[in-house]
Design a protein around this ligand. Structure first.
Ligand code: 3PG
Ligand code: MN
Ligand code: MN
Length: 541
């Protein structure tokens, strides 16, 4: 859909400064208490902001962001999609569930090719995250695909199982691996041979994002394709061994492993095979997809590139068309705020560090990479450190702030958006002291950013995409159980108008969610929001 120019808002007095949107990734509003890293941290600036007149909370999980149910925590993809597109789209998690239950997955050309590979003696491989986090994947969908392979008469199936421990409990791998092994064993009858062939912790194997560290993907390639990695007789043996050898080891960081019989890997990827990536979320599936799809490839030495039919369960990049083949159409996230602002001639600037750079560009723009209008937009990436972020909880928040202040002072960009990854990236490590420092780093940066917006006579909108740091552990029987995943908590939303030109008040809405932000930004920029957007949080008095 081509978008039209937005119409000017009546009675709006034009302001000199920019509209600055801050996403504090993973910073939600949880219950008071020491388990809440936002509460526990020293945050004079945030505390002040929470008292602002235009402070509210936004629903950031479940149906408010297009997930199957309110038991689903929010995540960066669905959160930034809603923020950037102003509407609630049925998201991958639900689309795949529906496509599986209706059988659409199996009626398309891609599934036919997979079955053909199986029929002509090829192995069908599944690569993906084995958990029920419902952020990148869902193991129940893998089970349905495996059953469908058996029904289609495919004889040889191999699973390359990436361990989660980030969207689910940190040491829960066996809760997924054992039932998976059980299911594969049960399907291995009537001449069928279904097994786990390789795997590894998701943060060190295969699931890199935004080109932060290609060696992660290379490690996965070596394990899945070439059969190189530490040898074990089964995936559960690998996990049990890693736990035994290092009591501090958690699933997301486990080394790549290869399942062998004797000294022979049971499932390398060979010419004539089919490979399905069953992760539906794109950011961490794009790089491995490129490694399979691209003829010429410079990112690492693939050693051998098997001639396979590769398909994603979904298309991961609607702009660059990655991967070439896929099983389910992604949500059509069109007419985004970015599209409208470009059509209306508004200059903009988007920034984060590597870990969240694509969140403010690719996710924000409806899972499309690249500029909408390079003449009007500028995207900047600050390179992230390559560490587990409990070691550097301040991350690049200061550098991001420096660059934003520079842009504000230069005065050339009307709409500025930035993401501070700290509360989320450090929240996922489960180290409480580091989480508190992460939140404090954000607070410290806001204390620098706000005066810059004030000086320019702009407006700042401060919110988040979902919770994380707001719950660092739960308690059971007097014991603390680390909580590294996102929370179901709402997120704050503060609008601070330093221009004083217009009198904005909160609108009465039955429920406020992330999808209400885009229309709010339109209003603050002096435009009537598109009529199909979720309503603005504010109105002119
Ligand atoms: O990919 C990740 O790091 C986690 O699964 C989800 O975190 P995000 O949604 O905040 O990126
Ligand atoms: Mn996030
Ligand atoms: Mn996260």
């Amino acid at each position: 859909m081509t978008v039209t120019q937005l119409s000017p808002l009546e009675n709006y007095k034009v302001i000199s400064g920019p509209i600055v949107m801050v996403v504090m990734d993973g910073l939600g509003l949880g219950e008071d208490g020491e388990q809440n890293g936002v509460y526990a941290a020293h945050t004079p600036t945030l505390d002040g902001l929470f008292q602002e007149k235009l402070f509210t909370s936004l629903k950031a999980h479940g149906t408010a962001v297009g997930l199957p149910s309110d038991a689903d925590m929010g995540n960066s993809e669905v959160g930034h999609n809603a923020l950037g597109a102003g509407r609630i789209f049925v998201q991958g998690a639900k689309l795949i569930d529906e496509a599986l239950s209706r059988g659409d997955v199996f009626s398309g050309a891609a599934w036919q090719k997979i079955v053909e590979c199986g029929e002509s003696a090829g192995t069908v491989h599944f690569i993906g995250l084995v958990s029920d986090g419902n952020v990148h994947s869902n193991i129940s969908q893998l089970f349905q695909l495996l059953d469908a392979c058996a029904e289609a008469g495919i004889e040889r199936v191999r699973v390359h199982a990436l361990l989660d421990g980030r969207d689910v409990a940190q040491k829960s791998a066996l809760d997924y691996i054992r039932p998976l092994e059980e299911r594969l064993r049960a399907l291995s009858v009537s001449g069928r041979d279904y097994r786990i062939a390789s795997g590894g912790g998701r943060m060190v194997t295969t699931m890199d994002r935004y080109k932060a560290d290609w060696s992660v993907v290379e490690r996965g390639w070596r394990a899945h394709v070439l059969g190189e990695g530490r040898f074990f007789s089964s995936a559960s043996e690998a996990v049990e061994t890693f736990y035994r050898e290092d009591s501090t080891m958690t699933d997301q960081y486990m080394a790549a492993f290869v399942v062998v019989e004797g000294e022979t890997p049971v499932g390398t990827i060979e010419d004539g095979d089919a490979v399905v990536c069953f992760n539906f979320r794109g950011d961490r599936a794009i790089e491995i997809s490129r490694a399979f799809d691209e003829e010429v490839f410079q990112e690492f030495d693939r050693v051998r590139r098997p001639d396979v039919f590769y398909a994603g369960i979904m298309e991961y990049d609607g702009d660059a068309h990655i991967p070439r083949n896929y099983l389910v159409e992604p949500p059509l996230i069109d007419a985004t705020l970015g599209d409208y602002l470009c059509a209306s001639g508004v200059t903009s600037y988007a920034i984060s560090e590597t870990q969240k750079f694509g969140h403010m560009t690719y996710f924000w723009n409806g899972n499309k990479s690249g500029y909408i209008d390079e003449g009007l937009e500028l995207y900047e990436e600050v390179l992230s450190d390559r560490v587990t972020f409990d070691q550097r909880p301040w991350m690049k928040a200061a550098e991001i702030t420096d660059k934003v202040i520079e842009q504000i002072e230069a005065g050339e960009r009307k709409f500025i958006r930035l993401n501070y990854p700290n509360a989320d990236m450090v929240g996922h490590t489960g180290v409480p002291l580091a989480v508190e420092i992460a939140v404090e780093a954000v607070d410290l940066c806001l204390a620098r950013l706000l005066p810059a917006v004030e000086k320019a006579g702009g407006i700042v909108v401060i919110s988040a995409d979902h919770g994380n740091a707001d719950c660092m552990w739960t308690e059971k029987g007097g014991k603390r159980l680390p909580m590294v995943a996102h929370t179901l908590n709402p997120v704050p939303c503060i609008i601070k108008d330093f221009s004083g030109q217009n009198d904005f008040v909160l609108t009465d809405l039955a429920e406020r969610g992330l999808a209400n932000v885009a229309a709010t930004l339109c209003l603050l920029l002096g435009f009537n929001p598109p009529t199909d957007y979720e309503p603005s949080l504010l109105k002119l008095k």
